[in-house]
Design a protein around this ligand. Structure first.
Ligand code: ATP
Ligand code: MG
Length: 787
């Protein structure tokens, strides 16, 4: 039998082998970044299948993103040949959707349920907050949404919340009412929000043990990647699934099955507590630290060799993460040699920084590095805009991963709402969304009329549309409603034929086109003179293309499958292939991925660590882990860049280097003072940079570190920070400037001030330079003089 998986063990170190070969009820693999945790999971699955210890259908593997799931499935199939069908490799959310689609009718939903993404549930909560006049008590839709989400991740519902809350407090009472109303509306709409997908599955398993048993019998091997980021609901789900089958009397599979199932599924989890970055979404690191208590007798395997990165990159990562207290020190090492130093760069503005990144990418590209092997990370989504602008100008092909803005666009949401209206007629919110899109003269008042007609007659809002003549409207509105109804019925016949026929996979594209064309939605866009509407038409064409691609990949796919796929396109997932373009993403999205070259941008205070984390308990530590995740994605080359000024929330302000830079030993970073150093772009900018450091070391130096400062290396990256402390500091003080003044700038030459905005240290001059064109300058620090 050993020979059966020799090749699966080849290329694994002894600890990794041990983890692949171990057979027992519970296995925990804890190890730092890049040590092969995900690889071990993959090989473990392959070995279970190869040795016939498990059928593919008995395996449930949970990954953090759909993309990671796809990669793992591919790898397993490569390892064992094409026999991995029936294996569930998916995210928590996808697995729960599959379970709920099968079981929803057990508890008051139907299989056709809709999935509300966070925008959908925000819209619903907004309506409820308004109806309840909850804003008078200071409850905003955002705060209500995040609190509900937190509670659901803890598996609390409105009732359990009400038991613990102080019901004499009007705010608490109002919140409870809102929570209840929200759940009622979801149920009425036959919909689950994202958190419900997991919480309701747990609820289902607890309330109906015989349903849970079906899955307990089925999944004999459960494997979870990135376990450090599971929240309580996810923990509970796994716990339910690994319990022994509860009703051993009706097993039916014979005695052997009975014995086996009496033990519960075997569970393998892998994780790294240094990479726990989802506490804000309820991730609970205790799930990993207390694993041995929850699963007594669990085997623990530690991995120490990093196979991903060069030693310089690893040392940088280690020197940052060791500043977190409350952690076990890990000794990660690499045998790949020191490699290149980390390259540092400081731009004058975020555009300057973006230009540097674009130039470096082009340079590397000329040296033969694939665009697909380069990634640019940032802390917040809004930072991508400056990068995108420069990349477009420089013709650097790029792809934004995660945040999947495409599906958040108005027109895409409208089109999907049309599909949902047909697929799940109970979803009133979807119907309300499109009832007057394009404009049909059905305003809020008419909507309420229809709604109360539906209520009076005990029918759904959707069905009320079929009674246009009885609603009491004038001929125009009546005609509009009748027409909408007819189109919906026509699309329904295409998507879900009433004769029970299974529609061909192309039906989704066809149905979508009927909905968009016959409702006049497309015509309205075509007739519009708003240039944005042209882009909207392109996006809708793209959506139709997506449905076609879906049809090719899912010959049996129905409109419900399509809507599920779209609803689950979560972080880091994209329907397109990202090869051939540079990947842009937030640090959160980067988890688990690896690239030859990584650019960490915006390495500034208030970005990383992020401003909002500063006052939260554990916030700065979580930010440090996030930074650590970013560093450890790089295989060969790592860049860290920042800007001296950054425009955010509509104002420009001076930025400070991140405190994390101070934690990296100086000899690990090579500071490129200016892009001129590498790309022959002249050195004037570097001189200017040196001249422009504002404010003295308390401003540009690094904040005192607190308890961990003893770990500060003797000389740190910040000491070599160009011009930081040693150079003369520029401070224009209260330089008087007004529109019409002429000035001279060290780099840009002479120009005329168009306007001055902002106040105090944040005053900005909008200058039209004679040759350099229009620029915005932070007056306090810009190298300028009035003429
Ligand atoms: P992360 O914590 O970032 O998720 P990880 O621990 O899951 O990292 P993997 O992604 O599994 O690490 O592995 C990192 C890289 O090292 C991958 O490219 C993987 O193929 C490679 N690798 C892992 N183990 C070995 C090995 N024994 N020999 C050669 N390469 C390996
Ligand atoms: Mg991994």
């Amino acid at each position: 039998q050993a020979g059966a998986f020799d090749d699966l063990l080849e290329g694994l170190n002894p600890q990794q082998r041990e983890a692949v070969e171990y057979r027992g009820p519970a296995l925990l693999i804890v190890a730092g970044a890049g040590s092969g945790k995900t690889r071990v999971l993959t090989h473990r699955i392959a070995s279970l299948l190869r040795t016939r210890e498990a059928w593919p259908s008995q395996i449930l593997a949970i990954t953090f993103t759909n993309k990671a799931a796809g990669e793992m499935r591919e790898r397993v199939e490569q390892l064992i040949g094409d026999s991995a069908r029936g294996m569930w490799i998916s995210t928590f959310h996808s697995a729960c959707v599959r379970i709920l689609r099968r079981e929803a009718d057990q508890f008051g939903f139907t299989k056709a349920f809709t999935i509300y993404d966070s925008g959908d549930s925000r819209a619903l909560i907004k309506r409820l907050v308004k109806e309840h006049e909850a804003d008078a008590l200071g409850l905003t839709p955002a705060s209500v949404q995040s609190k509900i989400s937190k509670l659901k991740n803890e598996l609390a519902d409105a009732d359990s919340y009400a038991r613990d809350a102080n019901m004499n407090d009007p705010v608490e009472r109002m919140f409870t009412d809102l929570f209840r109303a929200y759940q009622r509306q979801l149920q009425k709409a036959n919909a689950f929000d994202f958190d419900d997908l997991i919480a309701q599955t747990v609820y289902l398993f607890r309330a109906f043990p015989q349903v849970a048993d079906v899955y307990r019998k089925r999944f004999r091997h459960i494997l979870v990647d990135e376990y450090q980021d599971t929240n309580h609901a996810q923990y509970a789900l796994i716990h339910e699934l690994t319990r022994p089958v509860s009703s051993s009397t009706d097993v039916g599979g014979g005695m052997l099955a009975l014995m086996d199932e009496a033990e519960g599924a075997s569970l393998t989890v892998v994780g790294d507590s240094d990479q726990s970055i989802y506490a804000f979404r309820g991730a609970d690191i205790r799930n990993i630290t207390e694993f041995e208590r929850d699963y007594p007798g669990a085997k623990v395997v530690l991995l120490e060799q990093n196979y991903r990165s060069t030693q310089n990159i690893l040392t940088a990562a280690n020197s940052v993460i060791r500043n977190n207290f409350d952690r076990k020190d890990k000794r990660l090492w690499s045998d790949q040699g020191d490699g290149e130093k980390v390259i540092g760069f400081t731009g004058y503005s975020q555009h300057d920084e973006a230009q540097f990144v674009a130039d470096e990418i082009e340079q590397l590209r000329r040296q033969g590095v694939d665009y697909g092997q380069m990634a640019v990370f940032y802390r917040t989504n809004s930072q991508s805009r400056a990068l995108e602008e420069i990349f477009i100008r420089a013709a650097v092909p790029y792809k934004i991963m995660g945040g999947t803005k495409f599906y958040e666009r108005q027109e895409i949401k409208d089109a999907l709402a049309y599909l949902v209206t047909v697929a799940n007629p109970a979803d009133e919110m979807a119907l309300r969304r499109i009832i007057n899109k394009p404009r049909r003269g059905i305003g809020d008042v008419s909507v309420e009329t229809i709604s109360s007609f539906a209520e009076r007659n005990g029918i759904t809002f959707r069905d009320a549309l079929g009674h246009s003549a009885e609603l009491g409207f004038g001929p125009k509105i009546q005609g509009a409603i009748a027409q909408l109804h007819n189109v919906l019925v026509e699309a329904q016949e295409i998507l879900l034929p009433s004769n029970g026929e299974i529609p061909p996979p192309t039906s989704v594209a066809e149905g979508l086109q009927v909905l968009l064309n016959k409702t006049g939605y497309m015509d309205a866009l075509r007739a519009s003179r708003d240039p944005q509407d042209e882009a909207r038409i392109e996006n809708l064409d793209e959506l139709v293309a997506v449905t076609r691609e879906f049809a090719r990949n899912n010959p049996d796919g129905t409109v419900l499958d399509f809507l599920t796929t779209v609803a689950l396109v979560a972080d880091s997932d994209d329907l397109d292939d990202a090869s051939g373009s540079v990947s842009l993403m937030t640090l959160h999205t980067a988890k688990g991925l690896e690239f030859d070259t990584v650019f960490l941008t915006g390495v500034e205070e208030d970005l990383i660590p992020h401003r909002i984390s500063a006052n939260e308990p554990g916030g700065p530590q979580e930010e440090r882990r996030l930074f650590y995740v970013g560093i450890t994605r790089a295989r060969k080359r790592l860049y860290m860049s920042l800007a001296m000024t950054r425009a955010q929330f509509g104002e420009v302000s001076a930025a400070m280097p991140s405190r994390f830079l101070q934690e990296i030993p100086a000899d690990l970073i090579h500071w490129r003072q200016s892009p001129g150093d590498v790309n022959g772009r002249g050195g004037s900018q570097s001189r200017a940079l040196n001249a422009r450091r504002p404010g003295g070391s308390d401003r540009w130096g690094v904040k005192p570190l607190g308890p961990s400062s003893s770990l500060k290396p003797k000389s740190t990256a910040m000491d070599k920070f160009p011009g930081l402390v040693t150079n003369k500091v520029r401070d224009n003080g209260d330089l008087e400037l007004a529109a019409g003044d002429r000035i001279r700038h060290d780099d840009f030459g002479e120009g005329r001030v168009d306007a001055v905005t902002g106040e105090g240290a944040k005053r900005i001059a909008h200058v039209r330079f004679d040759t350099a064109g229009p620029k915005k300058l932070l007056i306090k620090i810009a190298p300028i003089a009035k003429l």
